[in-house]
Every structure is written in structure tokens, then in C-alpha cells.
Design a protein around this ligand. Sequence first.
Ligand code: GTP
Ligand code: MG
Length: 194
Amino acid sequence: MIVKNPRFEISAVSPKQYPHNGLPEIVLVGKSNVGKSSFINTMLNRKSIARTSNTPGKTRQINFYNIDEQFYFVDLPGYGYSEMSKSEQLKVGHFIEEYLSKSKYISCIVLLLDIRHKPTENDRLMYRFLIDNNFPFFVITNKADKIAITKVNKAVQEICDFLNPMHDIVFLPFSAERKIYVENAWIEIEKYLK
Ligand code: GTP
Ligand code: MG
């Protein structure tokens, strides 16, 4: 995919602010700090079009990035940030749920996990939610630079065995930091943009 002019379009807090021009949406979900915003930057080969942070909980609203008037990357707030107050966590959970249930243009959801760890309880719940609601989705296991390159395939396999023993969902490695495995992620996303 050659991206020419990606641009931030809107930070939405309620459905009436979501764009309504019919462009397909590729949506990033995952726990706080897993690298959703970094994923978008790396895919777009831009440093900071999506705001990232060392402090979990950076993305609090639903950010829409318009990619060449072809589709949106939608950056959702992360779930499961324990330092956030209970009421803030509920608010974030509500945003995510409202968006997933109300957007009419979701083309594909990218569930981001941390390649180093067994999926958390919240990861499992999100995975089940996507399956149970028939969302088109695939899984990216991010932060692959944090483990030896020789162990990457095995780590992806273990996470897949855990969540998806039937192996009917796509699981891919990624490193937003090192910008590796980017092409495979694009190939997967492009399948949903045809
Ligand atoms: P929230 O907005 O809080 O939900 O977080 P997020 O999922 O958008 O994470 P973000 O992209 O802000 O990244 C969180 C931290 O992880 C930042 O310090 C990033 O630099 C770091 N990070 C993201 N991707 C990678 C990666 O592939 N490898 C490494 N080593 N660090 C990464
Ligand atoms: Mg973010």
C-alpha cells in the first residue's frame, strides 16, 4: 500500500461525531500501552500522526485518521489500564463498546496483543466479544523487537494456540518500534479494503 496523504480527521466522544462519508474503517483495539497508536504511525511511516506515550491511557477519545480518502484507521482508547480510576475505566469501556456497536463502517478490527505475554483476561474477553459478534478481525502480536528474532514464530504460535486452538483466525507478529513485519500487516488489511 502506498499512502500519500494520511491526516488526522477528528477525535470523537459520541457517535454523532463519527465520520459519515461511508469510508471503510480499520480499527485498532487492545489493552492500554500495547502500541495501537504506534502501530498506526508505523504503518503510515509517520513519526507522530497518532499520539503515543510511555504513560498508558494516552488515547482517551476515538481518533479517526483519514488515509488518502480511501479508508480510516480508527484509534480506540486502550482497555485495562489499572492506574486509571474506576470511573475513567468505565468511561473508556463505554466509548469502545458504543463505537463497536454503533459504527456502520467497520471493515476490519485489528486486535493488538503483546507478543511477550499470555493474553490478559481483558484480552480474552475482547477476543470472545469479537468472535461472538461476528466482527471481521485478525490479531497482531506487537513488540516483537523485545524477543529474539528466532523466538518470534513460536511466541505467535503459543498465543494463537491459547486463544484460537482451531487456528482459523490470522495471527501475525509486528514491531512498531523496529518497523518490521509491516508488509504482512498491509497485505492482511488490504484484503478488507477490496
Ligand atoms: P493507549 O493509547 O494508552 O491505549 O496506548 P497505545 O496502545 O496507543 O500505545 P502507544 O502506541 O502509545 O505505545 C505505548 C508505548 O509502547 C510507547 O512507549 C511506545 O513507544 C511503545 N511501543 C509501541 N510499540 C512498540 C514496539 O513494537 N516495540 C517496543 N519496544 N515498544 C513499543
Ligand atoms: Mg493510543
